[in-house]
Structures are given as C-alpha cells and as structure tokens.
Design a protein around this ligand. Structure first.
Ligand code: ZN
Length: 528
C-alpha cells in the first residue's frame, strides 16, 4: 500500500485544542490535583476541573463549577476519578518491545550475542507505541531515540517525530549520541586481549560510528528545535540524549552541556544502570561516574539521569545539590538483572525522582500504574524500623516529577489554574468494586489495586484523545494491521555469528569486576 493511502486510513482528521475552542468540566469522586493549595493532601472530593481551550481555568468542588458554568458539557461522574496524565520519564518509544522483536531479555553487557532481530517500520512502530501509551493514561513521555547509524540518523528521527505529532502526545524527543566503548566498557583493553583474527573482525563490526557526528548532531538539534515545537503546536520539544558516561567522552559531554545551555534544551542520559558501569569509573578514573560528571560541570536541574541502580549515598548528595532528577525504571532493572535502585535512600537525601517504563516493563506493556506498584513494593525491605517511600511520592514520580524532569514543569504535571489540561479520567469501579473502606487514601488505593485498564479518558492540551476507551485521533486496528504487515522477520542466524564467538571473551573480561567493592545502598543488592 502506498504511504499516502496508508496514512489516510490510519489517521482521523483532527484539529488541536488551540484551533477549536474546547470547553468542558471533568468531574470525579476524587480529583487528585498534585497541588495541596486546592485540597487537603492534593485530593479534592466530589471535585471537578473546568477546561477552556488548552488550559485549566479552575479546579473546585463540582457543585460550584456546575453553578458557574451551567451549560458546559460535563465528562466523568462520581464513578470516575480525575488526575493529571501519567508521565513515562525514561523510555525509547518502541511500540513493539525488544522482546517481541527477538531481543535478548538479559544483562546489558551480554547483549553482544543478541540474535538478529525483526525490523519494523519506524513510523508505524512509534504510532502503535503512542496508542498503547494513550490507553494507559500516559500523556507525556520522553522518546530516547535509538538510531540505526549515521546514514539513517535524521530519517529515523523525522519518522518517529511524525508519529508523535499525529498521535498528539506531549513528548521530549531525545537525539541519541555516543562516541566510545561500542563493545564493552574499555574497548581498547578488550580488543588487545582477543585472538588476532577475532580482533580484526570485531573492530570492523563494532568500532564504527553509531550515531551522527557531533557537528552534524548539534546542527540537527538546532534546526529541529527551531521548527518542531511550532509544528507540533507546542507539544514536542527536542532533548539531547547522550547514551551514558561510559559511552561518551568528556569532551562530547562538555559540548552537550554548553549547547544545551545555549539552546535551552533539556538533557537525559543513562547512568549507572549496571554494576559494571560503576566499576568502569572506579577502575578507569579512580572516582565515581557522578564525581566524574560533576567535574565536567555536566550535572544540572535540566539534566535527568535514567536508572541509577548503583548510586552511592555520596553520589546522591551530589545529585541532590545539583537538583539533578533521577528516573527510576524498576521493571527494566529487574528484567535486565541490573538490580534494585536505592529509591528510599535517594528520596531521603533529596534527589528529585521520576518514573519510566524503559521499553521493558513488567507485563511487556506500558502499564505505569502497575509500575508504581512495583516501585513501591521493591522498596519494602524487612525490619520494623525500615523506612518506606510514601505512596504519594511514588504518585508524584509518575506524574508531576516526570513532567519537571522532561522540561514541562511549568505547563503540566498537576491540575491547577493556568496549566495545560493534560488529564486522565479513571473508571474507579475497575479497582474499588465491590468495596474499599473509606479511610483508605485514594492514591494508596490506586497504587495498591489499580491497573491501566481503569483508564477511560485521556486529554492532552485540552484535546480529548481517548474517551470511553475509544481513540478519537488514532485508528488502532488499522495501525496494528499495518504494523504487522511491515514486520521483516529476523535474518537467519549465521554459523559463524560474531556475537556468539565474542560472548565468552566478554564474560571473561567482566568476571574479575564482580569482585570489586561496590557498597550498594539497597539492601537487596547487598551481600550483607
Ligand atoms: Zn534506556
């Protein structure tokens, strides 16, 4: 099918909220505002939100709003709860997960042996991912792009951005870059230990650019940031997303710091996802990755970091002092055998925390409500005196804190006058039937019992994208059908698969690192 025809069949016509003057009252038994000014502990009972155009005009008891705006359409009822849209603050914007495509669901460091994976159309894949996120009540996310190399770098990005524009989500779109350690942490040492025949083959295969060169990268970031925001009606902004400190040289990170300041763009980077990444900095630089980044003056409140499983308390103190947010990805950290991030310690020290799905959530689908639950329960270590992260904080991580980490803090993340109307209506029957005692806090109930199947209505920028569990912009059946047709199955595995030949050498390379002293702060990661 020709692309233009395909587009017509999978898209409905739409107009943004700024073009049509939308006006409605969103009503719920509870309105979870994330703003203590409107109600005790941010929860308004029998409340409502009055929306006009893109903005929230008023948050008040329902009866007051109904009296002030008697002719305005009401969506929701006492069977619904109203809340700010969820924010997935770290992920790679894949519709089909890495597992579905044939990826290895295991340690990051072992992925060298990954079998060939299926290929899909970038645009359709992202559009499918958007449909899934909308169904899960996610109104805002980061797209941390994973490019296929310098030749297709810009094409890949434009295809994926097009999908977000058409889906109507709020997105911080991250341009990826890396320029070292393509195979292991410390490529030169590793290559020197390989038999010569394998060394030459490995260098030829792995030791080549994976992303745009820095000059082209910054030029593209500037060009896109000048156009995309306008073209997306202010819903998409460009981010710098360097792969991680072990994958980027200090000079590259300093340049990103400088350019992000000059262009006023946000930054996100992976950090200390695995214990080997922590060892790499201790072994190579005699300091922690966080100290190394701090010496580069890289850490700011505009730069968020993803994972942080192996952060020490000293690292956390530095992040808190710089106001640098940490995005927690509990499912991904479990599935990839990375460990459990010390969220309680980070919270206690004052590091701003957000939550992300990272493309490999627990059910292999973007249920961020269940991700909050996993986040909460993983921090419950034994002991009558052990501290737990308050569920309200976890709710903030998945909403307002994520919004701040992705650079949308002024506009979204809470329900208050003047903010953009990014909100979700949950059908509370889904998690409170037949009975939940009235003394239970609604946020606790949502995190303890909720699932994304409770999401009924999703609104971004005042525009209703999903209502009564039906998409208003996207046609999900056609997207799924077209995506299915676009799949190119994995290439047959070669007998002399280079990754498989390298795997024993990679394992042997890291084995001595397992003996490094790591002093983890999460009890579950500890040998004590
Ligand atoms: Zn990631």
């Amino acid at each position: 099918m020709k692309r233009t025809r395909l587009l017509k069949t999978i898209m409905r016509s739409f107009a943004s909220a700024s073009e049509i003057n939308v006006e409605f009252i969103a009503r719920g038994k509870f309105v979870l505002t994330n703003n203590d000014g409107y109600a005790t502990a941010g929860i308004l009972e029998d409340g409502a939100v009055y929306v006009s155009g893109q903005n929230i005009v008023e948050v008040s008891p329902y009866k007051d709003l109904k009296a002030t705006y008697p002719n305005t359409t009401v969506i929701g009822s006492p069977e619904f709860w109203v809340m700010p849209g969820f924010v997935s603050a770290h992920q790679h914007g894949k519709g089909l997960t890495s597992y579905q495509l044939g990826g290895l669901d295991d340690c990051l460091e072992l992925r060298v042996s990954a079998l060939p994976q299926a290929k899909v159309d970038n645009y359709l894949d992202t559009l499918y991912g958007c449909a899934q996120m909308i169904e899960a009540g996610i109104t805002c996310c980061i797209h941390y792009n994973s490019s296929r190399g310098p030749a297709l770098y810009e094409t890949d990005i434009l295809e994926r951005i097009r999908a977000y524009r058409e889906a109507g989500l709020r997105v911080s779109f991250g341009l990826d870059i890396r320029n070292r350690n393509y195979l292991v942490y410390g490529d030169d040492d590793f290559y020197s230990g390989l038999p010569e025949r394998l060394r030459n083959r490995a260098r030829e295969e792995y030791d080549k650019p994976r992303t745009a060169a820095p000059d082209d990268y910054f030029r593209l970031a500037r060009r896109l940031s000048e156009t995309i925001e306008k073209e997306s009606d202010g819903r998409i902004k460009i981010f710098f997303t360097p792969a991680g400190p072990q994958w980027c040289t200090g000079d590259l990170l300093k340049a990103i710091r400088r350019e992000s300041e000059e262009m006023q763009l946000g930054v996100q980077m992976h950090l200390l996802e695995t214990k080997y990444q922590r060892s790499y900095f201790a072994r190579t630089y005699g300091q922690s990755a966080v100290q190394w980044l701090d010496h580069l003056d890289f850490l700011t409140s505009r730069t968020s970091l993803a994972h942080g499983v192996w952060l020490s308390r000293e690292d956390a103190v530095i992040l808190a002092a710089r106001g640098t947010p940490l995005v927690h990805n509990p499912s991904s950290n479990l599935r990839l055998r990375s460990g459990i991030a010390p969220i309680q310690m980070l919270h206690e020290v004052g590091v701003p925390l957000a939550l992300g799905l990272d493309g490999s959530p627990l059910n292999d689908e973007p249920d961020i409500i269940q991700e909050m639950r996993l986040c909460a329960n993983l921090q419950r270590v034994p002991g009558v005196d052990s501290k737990i992260v308050p569920l309200k904080e976890i709710f903030h991580m998945a909403t307002v804190n994520g919004s701040k980490a992705l650079g949308w803090g002024q506009l979204a993340g809470s329900l208050e006058r003047g903010k953009r109307a990014d909100l979700v209506l949950l059908n509370a029957k889904n998690f409170s039937r037949p009975y939940v005692a009235p003394q239970q806090n609604p946020i606790d109930t949502l995190i303890t019992r909720g699932k994304s199947s409770a999401v009924d209505t999703v609104i971004v920028d005042g525009e209703i994208l999903y209502q009564g569990k039906k998409h208003l912009r996207l046609q999900p059946n056609q997207i799924v059908e077209s995506l299915q047709k676009s799949v190119i199955p994995p290439a047959p595995v070669k007998a002399d698969n280079l990754g498989d030949e390298l795997l024993p050498y990679v394992v042997r390379y890291y084995q001595p690192w397992d003996k490094d002293e790591l002093l983890p702060f999460h009890q579950v990661n500890s040998s004590t």
